[in-house]
Design a protein around this ligand. Structure first.
Ligand SMILES: O=C(O)CCC(=O)C(=O)O
Ligand SMILES: [Fe+2]
Length: 213
């Protein structure tokens, strides 16, 4: 997949925050993409998220297990079609637990929520913290399709210090422990950079979380 002289290596970006390039093999990426396509269908499918200030998020989103909206969780799509949120599948939870065991070595609590974001070329995500969960279990992030810049910052401010990491198709990023509430965002997506054989125009990110609810 990568025509690079030096393979990208697993990196600890901050304490409790680990990037694993190419964690998902090509066939697993294809299976996860197929599942995302099903989840994106209505009812309770891909939607544009409106923020309380009157803005809209540029990445479109679909949730599993619990519906996230700014700023909380619900059982139904309270800010969309009102349908019950789709169930969170057991196999996705197992993938999340394996990701945490292989990166942080912690036996994680069972995952029960997924947020799936779809980024087209101009989409991005501002610096924010994932702070609507009532659990300190690590967040597991999986990327498919186009490469992006993932900005991973600190727990105190939306600004520096931060580290920019390139997330490509199949990459895993886990953040827990002292980094669980770090600010992070996606300032840039590089259109047309995904693996051609995957057949996805754009970028999908799947974050797995423990709700603690
Ligand atoms: O797209 C990404 O890599 C990040 C997504 C994210 O931070 C979120 O859904 O809270
Ligand atoms: Fe986030």
């Amino acid at each position: 997949m990568d025509a690079e002289l030096f393979p990208r290596e697993r990196t600890q970006v901050a304490p409790g925050a680990v990037h694993v390039p190419g964690w998902l093999a090509a066939d697993s990426q294809g299976e996860l993409l197929d599942a995302c396509r099903e989840w994106a269908r209505p009812p309770a499918g891909l939607r544009t998220v409106r923020t309380p200030g009157g803005g809209t998020m540029t990445a479109r989103q679909v949730c599993l297990g619990r519906h996230w909206y700014p700023y909380g969780y619900a059982r139904t799509v309270v800010d969309g079609d009102g349908a019950p949120v789709k169930p969170f599948p057991g196999w996705l939870g197992e993938l999340g637990r394996r990701a945490v065991l292989e990166t942080l070595g912690e036996p994680p609590e069972p995952y029960d929520i997924a947020l799936i974001n779809f980024y087209e070329a101009e989409a991005r995500m501002g610096m924010h913290r994932d702070s609507d969960e009532k659990s300190d279990a690590p967040v597991v992030s999986l990327s498919l399709g186009d490469t992006c810049v993932f900005r991973f910052g600190n727990t105190g401010t939306r600004t520096r210090p931060y580290t920019d990491v390139e997330l490509r198709s199949g990459d895993l990023f886990v953040f827990g422990g002292p980094s669980r509430l770090a600010y992070h965002g996606v300032p840039r997506v590089y259109a047309g950079t995904g693996p051609p054989e995957l057949g996805l125009a754009g970028r999908l990110n799947i974050t797995l979380r423990v709700s603690g609810l």
